[in-house]
Ligand binder design. Sequence first.
Ligand code: IMP
Ligand code: MG
Length: 184
Amino acid sequence: MKTIKGMKFETLISENDIATRVKELVKEIAEDSDGKEIFVIGILKGSFIFLSDLLRLFNVHNIHPSLDFITVESYGSGKTSSGKLKMLRDITTDIENKWVLIVDDILDTGRTLAFAKEYFLKKKPASIKTCVFLDKPERRVNEFKADYVGFEVPDKFVVGYGMDYDNLFRELPYVGVLSDEEDT
Ligand code: IMP
Ligand code: MG
């Protein structure tokens, strides 16, 4: 158990396990994309560390994707979702006929990715795939399934590797689970 900024948490996924799994994911994506022109859309802010690891490994497979970011507002501060969604930042490039890969940190209720996928489908890409570092299937409020999933995790609030609690802990190189225990 570690305590940072008065919050207690435990490691759920180690740095080593992350590195191994991310390599496998990139291999899968490389095989599926089969030489097509890839356009990667990262969902800010949570995806930025996962995405930077993915991108640097694409290079190993001789894949040279284009990249843009969106911001979808889905959570207020803290642990609860409002359920309302809005595109706060959109991409500025045309994705028609491109092989699009939307990347997010964690698939939770499924609202964010369902919203983003539907939004970009209207722009007539050749295909849209979705890739998430973590999947919390127990929390889903719709039928959404990601095409590429790093790890399935239980219904616990996680931080690190880009994911935050109140905009903190994104810098941790591993994934931790916040504890409900009070700091005594
Ligand atoms: P969804 O729309 O409920 O699937 O929410 C996805 C977004 O909620 C993710 O992109 C995260 O930013 C955030 N989120 C969901 N669960 C967690 C968590 O356990 N830790 C940190 N962020 C989370
Ligand atoms: Mg997010």
